[in-house]
Structure formats: C-alpha cells, structure tokens
Design a protein around this ligand. Structure first.
Ligand code: F0G
Length: 398
C-alpha cells in the first residue's frame, strides 16, 4: 500500500505524514483490492463484532491494512436504503454523528493514532467538524476545527462543541478556513483530516460498496450525490473502479454529481470538459456545500471521466423544493443532501436519465443538522400558537 501522486505518479510510503506530492498533486492510496462479496455478506448477516457491524470495516480488505485492535470505530455506516417512488435513497444521515463524514473519519482517526498524532484538525462547514470531534473524543486526541464564522448551522456548531473540540471561528468563508488549516497543520504538528487526506477517501468509498451490497451487488444505473469539496465525488469513482476490478460488480454505474448553482465551480469546469480549474465566491442556502474552491478537484475529475459521469447544478429553490419532498416522505435530510433529488428531476426532464433507469440518491446529512432551514420555510397554517382552550384547538384545525 503506497501513496501515489495522481499527477506525476511519484509514490510515498503510506506511513509518511503528507497530503500532497512535492509537485503539488493530490495523493491517492493504491493497492490491489482483495476481499470477497461472500465474506462481506457473511460478516453483515451473522457477526456481532463491532468491526463487522461497521459498514466501513466490514470491507476492511479494501479500506486499510491495520491491526484490528488499532481501529477507532463507533461503529459507523450500516445505514438504510429506502425505496420511494421508484428511487433508492441511501441515508448517510443515519451515521453516528448524523452525516457520511463518519465513514472517512473512522479511517483517518485510526491512521492518526497509528502515526502517533496528538492533535487533529479540519476546516469545515459543520459536518466534518462534528465527526472529527466525536472520533477525537473516542481516541483521546485533541480536536481543533476551523469554521467560517457565523456560516455554519447552529446544530452543527453545538454538536462540535459538545464533543469537546476547540472551535476557531475564522472571519472569512470555508475556502479561507481550508487554506488556514493546511498552513496550521504544517507548522504546528497537527494531523489534517480533511478529505484532502487520502485515508478519508478510503473510508468514504464504503458508501458505494455498502449500497451495492444493499442491492445484492446488482449495480444501479446511476449514483447521484451532492458535490462540495469533492471528497465524496473522488471516493465514489475510486470505489466503483475498485469494485469493478475486484469483480464485485459487472458493470459501472454512472455518477451524477450535483452542485448548488451559487457554489458551482465543478459544474463550470465540467461544461468545458475540465480544461481549466474554476473558483467562485460561493453563496447558497445549503451551507454544507457553500464552497468555492474545492480541494479534491483532480481526483473528482477522474471519477467523472472513469464513470462516464456528469455534473449538474440546481438552484436554491429547486433544492429546497426537493428537500420538502424528501422530508414529507418521512425520511428527511439537510438542504445539501436534497440537491440529489433536485438533480434527478432536472436530469430526467432533460432526458439524460431515462424513466426506467435505477437510481440511488445519497442523502449525506440528517434532517436535524439544519433546523433553521426548516423553520424559515414552514407554512403559516402548520404552526399556530394558541391559548390552552379547546375552542382555540378547534379553530386552529379548521
Ligand atoms: N453533503 C453534506 C451534508 C456535507 O456536509 C458535505 C460536505 C457535502 C455534501 C459535500 O461533500 O465535500 O465531499 O463534496 N461537508 C464538508 C464539511 C465540507 O465540512 O462538513 P464533499
């Protein structure tokens, strides 16, 4: 197992602390992925061991070579796959801290402990920070998070503080916080666990592997996901390449990465066949993906190319409308996650996704992650203040 630069192919030992190549390229872990579907299925069905119940470590042969005793697991993953109106929804908001980030964090924190780190850090729009804080608490590490001041949801901030992290509220946007945390980690001997860290990607691959397992390894036509900092887009492409090479699936699903129109640099790049890297000043109600300069750009481009994938954008109105639909199904998700259904609607209307194609939307965060986004949009007749009198009940329900 080595860290390979995806730009110049230089390789580094996997126990070095580094996140990019000397040439500036992003690093990726390469190994032959072994492991058998039957073993994964057996662990899931019959074992009560935490590492077998974990939807990450159940696939450990493809995640990280590590002593079982070193693994820091909640356990995470093992999320539900819902089918509603002919679309599958893989609900990553059912992870222990309420978002998909736990899948990457269990691996990055396990690696942090192996490397002897004392402190870990990230920049975050709120979910990575909550996940980092929870896993750091479990592993006994110091947690430091950099968030754009005033720009993450109250619930995510509170959750991060509750697990005990030190929170640096950066006056600036996510991209400024991201820049700063990289510099801080280099200078202050702190281990960086943003998705630029290739070990995060190894954990997040298991979203795809587990949904394939949920579907009894019968690959869907499309996997649809929100795209912000592009860690997940990178992970999904790698997961599909490896699953295909290992013979776990016999055809490649296509990826559809969906951005908010106000935070759409990857969409702008896609429209020009990724000839140039784009940066924007991001603004959208979906604060989780309010990101203008995503760090995993090159790895994500490879994912789109390798899966014959596409990138789409949706407006805030379209994504909030899709969120209302998902919420009213009794499932619920945070705004960023709803870009998936909004994207499916748009791509079906354009004929890009066919009426009979099998689709899995990945819901990345729990409905409780952003309650302000809900309360701002409640129809007046749904919430009525009354005096404690039966007449008021009757008139409110009329
Ligand atoms: N959905 C949710 C709920 C997220 O929190 C994020 C990213 C994404 C989608 C986008 O995933 O960055 O891999 O493209 N949240 C990060 C954070 C930035 O700090 O919590 P991506």
């Amino acid at each position: 197992m080595k860290l390979h630069c995806i730009r110049c192919e230089l390789a580094y030992g996997s126990d070095q602390i580094r996140y990019t190549c000397d040439c500036g390229g992003l690093l990726e872990i390469r190994r032959e992925v072994r492991g058998h579907r039957a073993v994964f299925d057996e662990r899931r069905a019959n074992s009560r061991k935490p590492i077998d119940q974990s939807g990450v470590w159940r696939f450990r042969e493809g995640v990280l070579n590590v002593d079982e005793a070193q693994i820091v697991t909640h356990p995470e993953g093992a999320t539900r796959l819902y089918e509603r109106d002919g679309i599958f929804f893989k609900h990553e908001g059912e992870n222990p801290t309420g978002s998909f980030k736990d899948r990457g964090m269990t691996v990055a924190v396990t690696q942090a402990v192996r490397l002897g780190a004392r402190a870990i850090a990230c920049a975050s729009t709120g979910n990575t920070s909550a996940s980092l804080a929870a896993y750091a608490a479990q592993a006994g590490l110091r947690a430091v998070v950099f968030v754009p001041s005033g720009k993450i949801s109250g619930g995510k901030l509170a959750q991060t503080l509750a697990y005990g992290a030190t929170c640096l509220q950066v006056r600036g946007d996510f991209d400024a916080a991201m820049h700063l945390v990289r510099e801080a980690c280099d200078q202050l001997n702190i281990y960086l666990v943003n998705s630029i860290n290739p070990f995060r990607i190894e954990g997040q691959k298991t979203i795809v592997w587990e949904l394939l397992q949920d579907l009894e390894w019968d690959a869907p036509d499309w996997i649809v996901l929100p795209a912000g900092n592009l860690g997940n887009t990178s992970a999904f492409g790698k997961a599909l390449r490896e699953a295909y090479e290992a013979g776990w699936i016999n055809r490649m699903p296509r990826l559809a990465a969906i951005q908010a129109a106000g935070a759409n640099p990857f969409f702008l790049g896609y429209r020009e066949s990724f000839e140039a890297r784009h940066r924007v000043t991001a603004e959208t109600v979906a604060s989780a993906i309010r990101i203008g300069d995503p760090v995993s750009w090159d790895r994500a481009v490879a994912s789109i190319r390798d899966t014959n994938g596409i990138v789409e954008q949706v407006t805030d109105e379209e994504l909030m409308d899709a969120k209302r639909t998902i919420d009213r199904m009794g499932i619920g998700c945070e705004p960023a996650s709803a870009t998936t259904l909004a994207g499916v609607r748009k791509l079906r209307a354009a004929g890009t996704i066919g009426a009979n194609e099998r689709i899995v939307c990945v819901l990345t965060g729990n409905v409780l992650k952003d309650t302000d986004a809900i309360l701002r949009n409640v129809p007046q007749e749904q919430i009525v203040e009354i005096d404690p009198r039966i007449e008021d009940v009757a008139s409110a329900l009329r």
